[in-house]
Unconditional design. Structure first.
Lengths: 186, 903
């Protein structure tokens, strides 16, 4: 799968990474296994304006242990998690189970810290303490039940060797009018 | 980017400092949160992130509970012909309902509802359409109205008023419903008139009506004040979100005990259980009255009932039979209680409720628990929580809230049983001790005319006539003109397959079809259709709905809706607000009141010369005086201040005022009503509302304000015999590999899918097609996994097919109808995506109630409650088998199969 995707994608990296994750369906799995080297030179261009930030080493992740980080700026609280072998949209690694999301509920900004749940094959964030929203971490943070105005923003990850980088965010972070406030400004 | 797919954006425009601000309320659930619309021309720069650059006056980024604009809360619209941006946010200044700016997912994303040709709303109806040569073609308003009026006049003259059937929404704003009722009931006087959710114009909750309870008597705060809250047939978190998050959740956090009757466990219920303060009766559909009766029995056996309340407020032997001027033979209560099936001599005595209840074998707790599939121990605990006095003699404050899962599964029996239980617990007339509906649609009905019951050919044994069952009337071939307003009629009713087949026969298969553009020829053709036993269909809608618009309508009138006209409506605590117009309706779409007025004038009816929505609202005000949302006195206050009714309502903003309203002529103050049946109101409270010398001039104080809706003003306690319903229930019980099939709303979807499922990409991605929840054991036995495509099918769908007059006392019992050949069994099938979850009871399937793509009501029995005339929509059976895997099973983008009860 990775090989065929690799062949297909070499030489025509016009589709950006976020579109892969969104449109790809099962293909997203294949794409996310491709190491960043495939896209060398174009990674930054694909997620326009977002910083590329080292987050963790894949080999050092422990199942269900949340790793906190700030992205795309010093205030934005995010987490990375390896979900015990459950495949996810945009998931990295051999099991496609490494994902990262914003910690902040997109309903009214409640913190989801402590809300990670692994129940059977399901991987859910929530309930948010404010109004009880829950999000499906295997499906790009889509609402499971609750009041959020959009999915939980997913942090786009890329793998380079053993290194995991954040390279974009899908969805507006709660509290922001723009994930990159300085975008378009000199 | 124009797409029907959800694409997460990573920025959103902020309203500039100078943006105009208008108030409105959410269009969807009955809670009706207050909203603010920020509007600015696209030529004006958007607001900036600094406090002095945006309309909120805050620096971005903001923090939890501070102002924020999600991309789904923004849209582009036309206002006075010029492009504008709008941002629609829950009102952060709100002191009532959604205090501080809370919202549901539905209201939160309501900006997506607005017509914008760059979004999936692009298919709004914008011009009148006529089916010519089988195609819906744009025509002028003039032609469409002339044809409709001419054919309507002909049908009424030749075939009688009852041949003109009006099927309309009950809720879509006072101005519209007033015009529709004035047209249909005051002028046409058709008995073939009903609302979107019932085949006949009957009370939704007969037990409430007869006990004396208004459906919407409680204030939202009563649900919070209760110490024990019984919730039947709904999870308010799913369907009345802000009622749960603002009033019930804080109560649960503070120790409120909740008792739930629901075959399914969803997020609110799971949250309550996680606090250790909840009992969940996960029962089989239709068995609620057994559980409630058993609880009542334990309370009475132990003497835990509220005797003080009963002595003061419950009708005894003499009061039960007294007429008090009106005569008991002329109350709705008596029409239903002939032969003493329900009537008691009060709680005590030989003919009292208690004596009756104690000898009914099915209300013995063990037996009730067995049939309902719940724990008898829980029944005992529930009785203690609701009524057992504390050591100091004080009583728990108990309240009771119901919704459709409950009252549409055994309509009369369930509503009688919960009324009786509430009464012995002392509920109904005090803060925190109330009973009511959690509610479906907002209350937008207005009395434009009274229903001509005596013109209905339908009659039950030994009683006065009952409102005509418009579905059976149509199926029997009596409907020659179907006027359908803002409802799909077909799929929204039960056993919808048979109804659809009849529409096809009467409309599409009739040889008289429009083939000409000539007005007179068109009229002749449609008259010939009606005269030959066929049916003409006109439809007022905002979208082309399938099949009523797409397949059957001869003429379609495009309607203007929320945000496109100033409208008035009340919420679930009778709070009246103005829903502001803030952008142009698409094309030549017009509000329904205008369409009705144009038709009426062409049919020769007088009194339809309104110039604007305010005029309609003002005319309707006097007809509201005895209703729960009486707004007559808002108009009196408005006029005293030199304003119109709409101007006054606009001034009241998102806070509005709770009906019934009063005007104090001495102080010039306008007053509302926190709750109905408020037995704690004092003389001083009342004279503050309407003056020191008794209620004066326009003020009307209905009995229900301080007492109950009965012959005496006290509560009627009624029996709830299981036998009236048990023949249907037992016949329906799953056989062979069948499972119960029930249905309901879900949090993310409100308006029958025309907004959410079809035109809101974020929601469409979450629920891209019909789905069914199935218990893991039932799924395993059929080889079904989450994400599998399944078909739900049944050949045991009962359809009551004839309009009959009841003579013998059992004539409308299901078993009798079956024996006499009035029930036809039909087949039906609908596909769905399986969600395997232990959140649903084993042996029961649960689907969304009305997916327009795969409407599940085809499986539900089209047999009305033998007493009330309502459908029991929640009662059905189906077999289920896998037919393949849906694309959602392996994909990551759509659906989620995670259970909704993870806490």
């Amino acid at each position: 799968m990775a090989d065929s995707a690799q062949k297909e994608d070499q030489g025509r990296c016009t589709l950006n990474r976020r579109e892969f994750l969104l449109y790809g369906g099962t293909a997203a799995v294949a794409v996310s296994t491709i190491s960043l080297s495939l896209f060398s030179g174009s990674a930054r261009a694909r997620v326009v304006g977002y910083p590329r930030q080292w987050i963790a080493r894949l080999s050092q992740l422990t199942d269900h242990q949340l790793l906190n980080f700030r992205y795309p700026n010093e205030q934005a609280q995010s987490f990375l998690v390896k979900m015990g072998g459950v495949q996810a949209g945009g998931g990295l690694g051999l099991e496609h189970d490494v994902v990262a999301f914003s910690y902040i509920c997109t309903h009214q900004g409640g913190s989801l810290k402590g809300g990670y749940k692994a129940v059977g094959e399901h991987r859910v964030m929530g309930q948010c303490p404010l109004h009880l929203s829950t999000y499906d971490l295997t499906r790009h943070g889509i609402i499971v039940s609750g009041q959020a105005y959009q999915s939980l923003p997913q942090v786009v990850l890329e793998l380079e060797g053993d290194d995991i980088y954040a390279s974009g965010v899908m969805g507006l972070l709660h509290g922001y009018h723009d994930n990159l406030p300085s975008r378009g400004k000199p | 980017m124009s797409s029907n797919d959800y694409l997460p954006e990573d920025s959103a425009p902020l309203p500039p400092k100078d943006a105009e601000v208008l108030t409105t309320c959410c269009d969807y659930c009955i809670v009706a949160c207050g909203y603010k619309v920020y509007r600015w021309p696209t030529s004006m720069p958007n607001g900036g992130p600094r406090a002095n650059q945006n309309a909120f006056g805050v620096d971005f980024p903001t923090h939890a509970l501070q102002p924020w604009v999600a991309p789904t809360q923004h849209n582009r619209v036309m206002h006075k012909g010029q492009p504008h941006r709008v941002v629609i946010l829950p009102d952060r200044e709100a002191k009532v309902v959604n205090k501080g700016g809370d919202s549901s997912i539905r209201g939160g994303c309501i900006a997506q509802k607005l017509y914008n040709p760059d979004t999936p709303t692009r298919d709004r109806l914008m011009t009148p359409l006529m089916r010519i040569n089988g195609l819906l073609q744009p025509v002028s308003w003039e032609l469409a109205l002339e044809v409709a009026a001419a054919v309507a006049r002909h049908v009424i003259r030749e075939h009688g008023a009852n041949a003109y059937s009006v099927k309309t929404y009950s809720y879509q704003y006072i101005e519209n419903t007033y015009a529709i009722k004035k047209f249909a009931l005051r002028h046409i006087k058709t008995a073939a008139f009903t609302f979107h959710d019932t085949p006949s114009n009957v009370t939704s909750t007969p037990g409430f009506r007869d006990a004396g309870f208004d459906n919407f008597a409680p204030a939202y705060s009563d649900w919070q004040e209760a110490e024990t809250l019984l919730i039947a047939g709904t999870d308010p978190y799913e369907t009345k979100t802000t009622l749960f998050t603002q009033f019930i959740k804080p109560a649960i956090d503070a120790g409120q005990r909740t008792i739930w009757l629901n075959p399914r466990e969803t997020a609110g219920l799971a949250y309550a259980k996680s606090h250790g303060n909840a009992i969940h009766f996960q029962l089989y559909p239709g068995t609620d009255s057994l559980v409630l009766g058993a609880i009542a029995r334990i309370i009475l056996e132990n003497g835990w009932e509220d005797q003080e309340w009963i002595n003061a407020w419950v009708n005894n032997r003499w009061e039960s039979s007294s007429g008090f001027g009106q005569g008991t033979r002329n109350t709705p209560w008596q029409w239903r209680t002939t032969w003493s099936k329900f009537q008691t001599d009060g709680v005590y005595g030989e003919q009292g409720y208690k004596s009756w209840l104690m000898v009914q074998p099915e209300y013995e707790p063990e037996e009730a628990a067995r049939i309902a599939g719940v724990s008898a121990a829980d029944i005992h605990t529930a009785a203690e929580w609701l009524a057992r006095p504390r050591a100091d003699g004080s009583r728990p404050k108990s309240s009771f809230g119901i919704e459709k899962g409950f009252y549409w599964s055994n309509n009369t029996g369930n509503t009688n049983a919960i009324s009786a239980l509430a009464i012995i617990c002392g509920a109904g007339g005090r803060p925190g001790q109330m009973i009511g509906r959690f509610g479906g649609h907002q209350r937008g009905g207005a009395g434009g005319g009274s229903y001509p019951r005596n013109r209905s050919p339908e009659k039950l044994p030994g009683r006065r006539r009952r409102a005509l069952d418009t579905d059976r009337w149509l199926v029997s071939g009596h409907t020659r003109f179907a006027h359908v307003i803002g409802t799909t009629w077909i799929q929204s009713m039960c056993g919808s397959g048979g109804l659809n087949a009849k529409f096809e026969e009467l409309v599409s298969h009739n040889p008289n079809q429009i083939r000409s553009h000539d007005r007179e020829q068109i009229i002749t053709t449609l008259k010939a259709r009606a005269d030959s036993g066929g049916m003409v269909v006109i439809n007022q809608e905002i979208y082309l709905r399938d099949p009523i618009g797409s397949k059957y309508a001869d003429i379609i009138f495009p309607a203007a809706t929320w945000g496109e006209e100033d409208f008035t409506r009340a919420n679930g605590e009778r709070r009246l607000r103005l829903y502001s117009k803030f952008y142009d309706a698409p094309g030549s779409a017009k509000p329904d009141w205008w369409i009705i007025a144009q038709l009426a004038r062409r049919m020769g009816f007088e009194g339809f010369d309104w110039q604007d929505a305010n005029e309609v609202c003002e005319e309707s005000a006097r007809f509201s005086r005895s209703s729960r949302k009486s707004y007559q006195m808002i108009m009196v206050a408005a006029h005293a201040e030199g304003k119109t009714l709409h101007q006054k309502l606009r001034e009241l903003g998102t806070e509005g005022i709770q009906g019934p309203t009063y005007y104090n002529y001495e102080t010039g103050e306008l007053h509302g009503s926190v709750r109905l049946h408020d037995t704690t109101l004092t003389e001083a409270d009342l004279s503050r509302k309407y003056g020191s010398n008794g209620f004066q001039r326009g003020n009307v104080v209905n009995k229900k304000v301080t007492h109950f809706n009965t012959q005496t003003g006290k509560q009627n306690i009624q029996k709830h015999p299981w036998s009236l319903f048990s023949d249907y229930w037992h016949w329906m019980q799953p056989r062979d590999s069948e499972l119960w099939h029930t249905n309901g709303r879900i949090n993310e979807v409100w308006q029958s899918g025309f907004d959410d499922l079809l035109r809101r990409p974020y929601i469409a991605q979450r629920f891209p097609e019909n789905w069914v929840e199935i218990h893991p054991q039932d799924a395993a036995a059929r080889g079904i996994e989450s994400g599998d495509q399944v078909v739900l099918y049944s050949n045991r769908i009962p359809n009551h097919v004839n309009t009959i007059k009841g003579v013998g006392s059992e004539d409308f019992q299901f078993s009798e109808l079956l024996k006499r050949g009035h029930i036809e069994l039909s087949e039906g099938a609908v596909t769905a995506v399986a969600i395997v979850t232990s959140a649903i009871k084993k042996g029961v399937l649960f689907s969304y109630f009305l997916d327009p793509r795969q409407p599940g009501n085809i499986l539900q029995g089209r047999v009305v409650d033998s007493v009330s005339g309502n459908y029991n929509y929640k009662i059905g059976v189906a077999k289920v088998k896998k037919i393949g895997e849906s694309k959602h099973k392996q994909g990551f983008r759509t659906f989620s199969f995670a259970p909704r009860n993870i806490v």
